[in-house]
Structures are given as structure tokens and as C-alpha cells.
Design a protein around this ligand. Sequence first.
Ligand code: C2E
Ligand code: MG
Ligand code: MG
Length: 323
Amino acid sequence: MSVGASIGISFFSVGDYHCTADELIRKADTALYEAKNNGRNCYRIYDKNVDVKAQKARQLETALRTALDRDQFELYYQPKYCAKNQTIIGTEALIRWNHPELGLTFPDDFMPIVERNELVFPLGLWVLEEAWRQLQIWVDDLSLDDFSLSVNISARQFFDAGFIAVLKNMAADLPHLTAKLELEITEEVTIENVDEAAIIMQQINNLGFSISIDDFGTGYSSISYLHKLPVQKIKIDKSFLVDSLTDTAHSETVVRSIIDLGHNLDMKVIAEGVETLEQVNFLYQNNCDELQGFFFSRPVRAEAMTVLLQPHSPTESESQLQA
Ligand code: C2E
Ligand code: MG
Ligand code: MG
């Protein structure tokens, strides 16, 4: 057994007679919290800017504890398009927090806190159940055939012992929907423990659900482990498309290689963060299967997604594509 230590340090400056012993300890504690959040087994010196950020994080953490009971979370949906015929073939559920004071709050501001906290389990469950409920409504009301709804799964949720049991119950209730639910798992999750991840993914596949690797290309050993995983789709990280605006040749080569890699492993490939017609054309010409991004639609509320799913006349971006 080995014992580790995290250390928080604060200094008393001569002349700063307003700083009490309690205050000094609180500052050291803040620095300690920061050390723990930065991977533990290290030290941090108190920093006022970090303190302000930490206080905000603590306030959010407190508010998050009651947010689920107060029904403050909502799923937005961003459509995914078939690259060949520009029809909607699915949508991704993206969580939003309707914070009573801050208003619409995005996952990058609160999911890192949730993921360090036990709330990751009830919130992850709520997202899955809410998406499943919405999928049933869409499939039943709109008779959607080739359609998939994807849900982002946190690492801790994925490796949790109760996760497969939840999926089993969902599959038992509505077996005809399993092929329409896709679980998005980030590359980082799979890199951490490839063998265990492969076993869990196989169980998920056996229940009829499919799996895609989100943010693909941002990890370090993507290629060496990918063939070991029972994955149906890879999602090219949006940073490659953002880079294509500045370093076109380089990022286009990377995107083309990822598409080939996926297809050679019998996987579908989707690109996220598609913002321009040039990107759409490039991805289409290089056989990317699915496209998702602001060019087509931002994430929208469920009601607006329902409208997008109705048979309709072409939108402006669809007309641009057909031209
Ligand atoms: P992600 O799963 O990779 O989702 C893609 C993010 O890119 C979304 O941000 C989406 O709104 C944004 N995006 C989509 N198209 C474009 C585009 O054309 N340009 C740009 N610049 N951005 C685009 P969002 O909704 O803020 O979500 C951020 C991340 O939070 C997600 O990344 C995902 O990792 C996480 N997340 C969201 N919802 C959930 C959830 O229900 N559970 C879990 N565990 N994580 C979630
Ligand atoms: Mg995602
Ligand atoms: Mg992503």
C-alpha cells in the first residue's frame, strides 16, 4: 500500500492584519481543493483568481444538488444528417440547465462538476430515461424508421455496476427501440481501460444498443485500440473541422484518414461541428456518412426538433446543398 498526500499552502503577509487565522486556513483549504482537483499528490499555493473560480464552482455544486429535484434540467436535440441525401437520420441529446439566476447554462460549465460528484449517477439516469421517453414519442408518432437518438455517457456512469441493469430494463420495456438508441462514449473513457470497456460495450451491443466513439482523434492511442472495441460508429472531433479553417491541408488529411480508418473497420463515420458548405462538400466527397453541426441546425428544444422531423419543404441550408 502507498500513501499519497495533497497539500494546500497559504501565506500570511506581514501588514495584512485583516487576515485572521480562520481565513488563512480557509485559503489553504481552497489551495488543497485545487491540488486534489489537479490529480492529487501535488501541492498548490493559494491564488485569488482560482479562489473566485472555486467559489463559483462551489455555488454551482450546491445549486446542482437540488436542480434535478426542481426539474431544472432539459434535453436539447441537435439533428444528424445523412451526407448523401441530406435527410435527418437521427439526433443527439445535449443537456442544458435552466438555472434560476444564470439562465440557460451549458454542459461545459457544470458537467465537469457533476462528473466529480455522486450526482453523475442520478443525472446520467435522468438523461437516459428522458431521451428514451422522447425517442418512443418520436418513433410512435412520426413512424421513424432509419433513425437513431444518441446520448452522451460519462465515464463513471459507463463503468458503474448498475449501468447495464438500467439498459436491460429499458430494453425489456421497449425492445423495438433498442436499435434506435446510440450511446456516445468519449475516446478518453475507452483508453483508460480498453479491456473492461470492450466487455461492457459487448454487453451493450448484446442488448441491441449501438455505440459510437465521441470526440474521436483527440486521444493518444486511438488507432491501436480501436479494432479491439465493438463500436459501430466514430465521431470525428469538431476541432479538426475548426482547424480546417486555419490549417486546411493538414486537418483535411487527418479527417480523410479517420474516415478511411472507420470504414476499413466496418464502422460508420460522423463529423460533428460542421459549420460551412465547404466542409459539407469536403466531407461528402470523402465519403463521410453523417454530418452534424451549426450549418444544419443548432441544438434545439424537443418541440423544435419535432418540427424538424416532420416532412417539410427544404430549409435554406438544404436548398444550398441541393443547388
Ligand atoms: P459533444 O457530445 O461532443 O457535443 C458536441 C458539442 O458541440 C455540443 O456542445 C454542441 O452544441 C456543439 N456543437 C454542435 N455543432 C457545432 C458546430 O457546428 N460548431 C461548434 N462550435 N459547436 C458545435 P454542448 O451541447 O455545449 O455540449 C458539450 C459537451 O458536454 C458534449 O460534447 C458532451 O461531451 C457533454 N454533454 C452534453 N450533454 C451531455 C449529457 O447529457 N451527458 C453527458 N455525460 N455529457 C453531456
Ligand atoms: Mg456527443
Ligand atoms: Mg463530440
